[in-house]
Design a protein around this ligand. Structure first.
Ligand SMILES: Nc1ncnc2c1ncn2[C@@H]1O[C@H](COP(=O)(O)OP(=O)(O)OP(=O)(O)O)[C@@H](O)[C@H]1O
Ligand SMILES: [Mg+2]
Length: 326
């Protein structure tokens, strides 16, 4: 059954279903309040669903929560480090709680301090860490138990570009070892970098589901953008393009035009049309649709923003529950 969760009259999740094959990465995208953290909390056994069932690593998140907890790692949206302990102590504590011996715990802490670039700050209390360092320590904690399934709720929010690509590498290496990952993000580039599959949530419902490539394909082809040397000649440029069978829409006041095209050969057609009309250009580019475009297009079609009551489903389709294999 589909996963739903309400808080009073607010329906945070209104029936979400999916399965992640072992060793794959699912990215959950969605605007603020879409229900991403709620879904992560339910799968990580921190919050029971109002209705529906879910299995993680083969165990039911409600009836077998303890078994689930032994097999997952979780980094929540907000850092959960003990500020009075040093970075190393935080990691050793987590390892000991997971049943490691003192020596094993120290070994694992050292590995992770290294991997998350915290060795230099290992002995300082976490209370003295910068926001990004805290985030890295928090992330390191979720890797301690070498979990089968890793939940990362906006893991790279607040990280600098170097730390961000460092985290991507860590996720990839976990996945290479068979870990299944569910991560939420506001960064579309992150989904493109990591995801085997992307689910876009809107008001607690799945509004898109597929590979990054398929989502992009929904938007059609690429776009040729050209910047006119003389912005005032925009109307002439639009005319010339139209005569060549290219629709550039209204153009931009700064004298740039964007022409949706089906194939890259159309780049030459745009250049030729402008050149034949005697219009100079100072720049031209061919851009593929990004997940950003997909996200914006879908978010618009999702209707009113969160907070408004979600409409009931048009018809109830029986589907398997949420399932995150080991
Ligand atoms: N404990 C709670 N009590 C009441 N309402 C809640 C609670 N947790 C979440 N909600 C509501 O449920 C909806 C989904 O919230 P959720 O935190 O899952 O969104 P999100 O997609 O993680 O957003 P963000 O990108 O801002 O982190 C929101 O309308 C939120 O206000
Ligand atoms: Mg959230």
């Amino acid at each position: 059954m589909d996963i739903s969760r309400s808080f009073g009259s607010t329906q945070a999740l209104g029936g979400v279903s999916f399965a992640i094959p072992k060793g794959e990465v699912l990215c959950l995208l969605g605007h603020n309040g879409a229900g991403k953290s709620t879904l992560v909390s339910i799968l990580a056994t921190a919050l029971p669903p109002t209705s529906g069932t879910a299995r993680v690593a083969g165990y039911d998140v409600v009836r077998e929560a303890r078994e689930v907890r032994r097999r997952i790692g979780l980094t929540g949206q907000f850092a959960a480090v003990d500020e009075s302990l040093s970075g190393r102590e935080n990691l050793v504590l987590v390892a000991r709680l997971l049943g490691a011996s003192r020596a094993q715990a120290r070994g694992r802490a050292d590995e992770l301090l290294q991997a998350f670039d915290l060795t230099g700050a290992a002995e300082r209390t976490a209370g003295t860490y910068s926001g990004g360092m805290r985030r890295r320590l928090d992330l390191a904690s979720s890797f301690v138990g070498s979990p089968q399934v890793l939940f990362l709720d906006e893991p790279t929010t607040g990280l600098d570009p170097v730390s961000r690509s460092g985290l991507w590498e860590l996720v990839r290496s976990c996945v290479a070892q068979g870990t299944t990952v569910l991560l939420t993000t506001q960064y579309l580039e992150e989904a493109e970098q990591l995801a085997d599959r992307v689910i876009v949530l809107g008001r607690g419902r799945t509004i898109a589901d597929g590979t990054p490539a398929r989502l992009k394909a929904r938007l059609g082809g690429s776009t040729v953008r050209a910047q006119l040397a003389e912005p005032a000649r925009l109307p002439a440029a639009l005319d010339a393009l139209r005569r060549a069978g290219l629709d550039a829409g209204p153009g931009e006041p700064d004298g740039s035009v964007a022409v949706p095209v089906r194939e890259s050969a159309a780049l030459a057609a745009v250049v030729r049309a402008l050149d034949e009309a005697g219009l100079g250009i100072t720049g031209i580019s061919l851009t593929e649709p990004s997940l950003d475009d997909v996200y914006l297009a879908l978010a618009e079609s999702a209707g009113p923003l969160p907070g408004s009551p979600a409409a009931p489903p048009a018809h109830a389709v029986p589907r398997p529950g949420v399932s995150v294999p080991s």
